[in-house]
Design a protein around this ligand. Structure first.
Ligand code: GN1
Ligand code: MG
Length: 368
């Protein structure tokens, strides 16, 4: 803790840090809440950036600064109040105002303003889901004209061909001796490889662009106020150019699963159609203005792609001996893998219904 206070003292904070405690349940970074002694000073979120995963911290913080500044300008231009509740604000270093991260010789740290009276949810009802759809649509649409070019903070992050290659390498190495026990799961995933790498092929053919998106639209990466209004999108580490429908698919992966992503109760896993429909309605209301017909057509594909990609990533990590995701017990990544495959099966079964729902919305919009 002493050390955390020392790190905090490097940043140009308002007020005196009084307590620092762990916050949240992310799988990658370590997050703390830093309270200040004074009532009229903000509290802060202190984060250790996992630089084994985000190897280019400079590029990462450059992206985040570009994105948050752009969003802030938009909010200001619209005359919005309470701007520090509507976009994340990163604090510069005392010694170098151009930098929003501190390297202590071993780890990288950053601090942003804590948003009080704000909530994240691990599950949502249709009402919240529709608002989240609109909010992610807005987030993407605000970033359509971002002047800066963003770096890929994790190269090939949502590249399904790359994720399958990583699985192939894990199988090849079998570093933890776990391969034999998961052979049938590997086969089950490989069977879908061709279908699931469609986006990469379309991109190479020049038919599918990459655009700035969030790339980690887990349901708990959106903040709401106490009245249930969307405040802002958080967890911006992975904001980068990718397939725009990534954000759509990844949100539904967590929000439309009746179970948490690591629930072992496979029989309870359903794909919540009402969440899909509400989210799609909210999202398309905004996103129809900038999506191409092909991007719209691929929304059901994206919905299947994300549980699939996550299953491949969890399984890869399991075979590698749990080197990437935080785990709480030996089979944690395997449980997550099975969970995501079951969700994928549910989504595959729901695909015709998803298609007709999307078509219905589109035809209403184009007629009305
Ligand atoms: C990681 O940090 P967190 O928990 O929001 C991961 C996502 C996965 C997610 C699975 C940088 O996100 O891509 O979808 O876990 N982030 C990174 O829960 O790998
Ligand atoms: Mg998160």
């Amino acid at each position: 803790m002493e050390k955390l206070f020392d790190i905090a003292s490097r940043f140009a904070l308002e007020g005196t840090p009084s307590t620092i405690k762990p916050l949240g349940n992310g799988l990658i970074n370590d997050t703390y809440i830093l309270r200040t002694a004074e009532n009229d000073c903000p509290d802060y979120v202190l984060q250790r950036i996992n630089h084994n995963i985000f190897t280019d911290v400079e590029g990462l913080q450059h992206n985040i600064t570009a994105v948050t500044n752009h969003l802030r300008k938009r909010l200001q231009a619209r005359g919005e109040k309470d701007i520090t509740r509507r976009v994340l604000t990163f604090i510069p270093l005392k010694a170098d105002a151009g930098k929003t991260y501190f390297f202590d010789g071993e780890n990288y740290w950053r601090i942003s303003i804590f948003i009080p009276d704000a909530f994240t949810f691990d599950t949502v009802d249709p009402h919240y889901s529709e608002m989240a759809g609109r909010a992610f649509g807005n987030f993407q649409s605000e970033l359509v004209d971002l002047p800066e070019t963003l770096t890929e903070t994790i190269p090939d992050f949502h590249n399904m061909e790359f994720r399958l290659r990583q699985l192939g390498e894990a199988i090849e190495a079998d570093a933890a001796g776990r391969l034999e026990s998961v052979r049938p799961i590997v086969d089950d995933l490989m069977r879908r490889a061709e279908e699931m790498t469609a986006a990469e092929r379309l991109h190479r053919e020049g038919r599918l662009p990459k655009r700035v998106c969030h790339c980690d639209t887990k349901v708990n990466n959106m903040m709401f106020d106490s009245e249930g209004n969307v405040l802002c999108v958080i967890d911006l580490d992975t904001v980068m150019p990718s397939f725009i429908f990534s954000d759509f698919g990844d949100f539904l992966r967590t929000a439309a699963n009746t179970e948490a992503e690591d629930s072992p109760e496979l029989d309870k896993i359903e794909f919540r159609t009402e969440i899909f429909e509400a989210f799609t309605k909210g999202y398309l209301e905004v996103a129809m203005s900038f999506l191409t017909p092909l991007e719209i057509e691929m929304l059901p594909y994206a919905t299947a792609l994300f549980p699939y990609m996550q299953a491949v990533r969890f399984l890869t990590d399991y075979i590698n001996g749990d080197t990437y995701y935080k785990t709480a017990y030996a089979d944690h990544n395997l449980v997550r893998t099975r969970n995501q495959i079951r969700l994928l099966e549910r989504i595959e079964a729901a695909t015709p219904r998803m298609r007709s729902f999307i078509n219905e919305i589109i035809s209403q919009k184009t007629v009305g």
